[in-house]
Design a protein around this ligand. Structure first.
Ligand SMILES: C[S@@+](CC[C@H](N)C(=O)[O-])C[C@H]1O[C@@H](n2cnc3c(N)ncnc32)[C@H](O)[C@@H]1O
Length: 269
């Protein structure tokens, strides 16, 4: 346990982890490079700790001292006590949830190891750049029986503050890693015994109901970007093209919504 200490200067280097949280470009570069991510609010901080992430520091306003007393007692990280105005000056926004923690990233697992520990279902997200979509997709994965998530190199960071928030902490629950050479990694999925199903609108797609009826022992569901969908190389390498039939002239679902439908329909029986 470390005693909370008041910090009154917004330029104090002890608050550097919390600086300019609204600058998405800056934080997107800084956080992975410095091995940190920001957990915002009591529940998310507790979930990150419960998932085994180490804490670098906490920044709290006074009214959160009692609420977080057990966390303060349990962790060996500095606790910076700040006025709400100072929190706003440092972060760039009004911190409604009054409690922020800077957490240490853990090394990402190797893809082969991750797949070995994923008995039935994995999801692959290709180049999804929207943090909210990634967060929502992780929440769906956690809730609907997906054992692991794989992200292509250009996918948004699931540990970015907005992803964490939208996922309600599910990004801490579902094992995940980043692929290194997509779509070549499809061979690794297949080598681990997964049928690789590309969710797309292609003419030669089977329906999601038809895929679900097969009840594949190990299934990898692959989802594409909001704009163009899955890349031609991914579609060419997949074992199966799968379509969720659409009504009322709607051509497609948002990727997170499509993932929820697909995860539920193909859950292991
Ligand atoms: C907004 S959609 C992209 C639509 C894109 N114009 C296309 O042709 O794929 C984003 C992703 O969600 C999934 N998706 C959305 N609606 C789908 C549907 N009806 N059938 C299969 N996949 C769908 C696909 O993985 C798709 O790449």
């Amino acid at each position: 346990m470390s005693e909370p200490s008041a910090v009154t200067d917004p330029a104090d280097p002890r608050l550097a982890d919390y600086a300019d949280l609204t600058d998405v470009e800056l934080r997107r570069r800084r956080e992975p490079a410095e091995g940190l991510f920001i957990a915002e609010g009591e529940k998310v901080i507790r979930r990150a700790l419960a998932a085994g992430y180490g804490m670098r520091s906490m920044m709290l306003t006074a009214k959160w001292l009692d609420v977080m007393a057990d966390v303060i007692a349990a962790v060996d990280a500095p606790v910076h006590l700040v006025e709400p105005q100072l929190a706003e000056q440092v972060t760039g926004y009004h911190v409604h949830r009054g409690a922020l923690a800077s957490m240490a990233r853990s090394p990402l697992p190797d893809t082969v190891d991750l797949l070995a520990a994923a008995p039935r279902r994995v999801a692959v997200f290709e180049d999804i750049v929207d943090h909210a979509n990634i967060g929502a997709a992780f929440r769906n994965a956690a809730a609907l029986g997906v054992d692991a998530v794989l992200l292509t190199p250009r996918c948004a960071d699931p540990l970015y503050r907005r992803s964490v928030k939208v996922s309600m902490g599910a990004v801490f629950q579902v094992p995940w890693t980043r692929l290194r050479s997509w779509p070549q990694d499809i061979a690794t999925l297949r080598g681990a015994g997964f049928t690789v199903a590309a969710l797309c609108l292609s003419e030669r797609a089977i329906t999601l109901d038809e895929l679900a009826a097969r009840d594949d022992e190990r299934l990898a569901l692959v989802f594409g970007t909001e704009g163009a969908g899955l890349a031609p190389g991914t579609l060419a390498a997949a074992d199966q093209h799968v379509r969720i039939p659409m009504d009322a002239g709607v051509d497609s679902l948002n990727v997170a919504a499509a993932s929820a439908v697909a995860f539920y329909a193909t859950r292991p029986r």
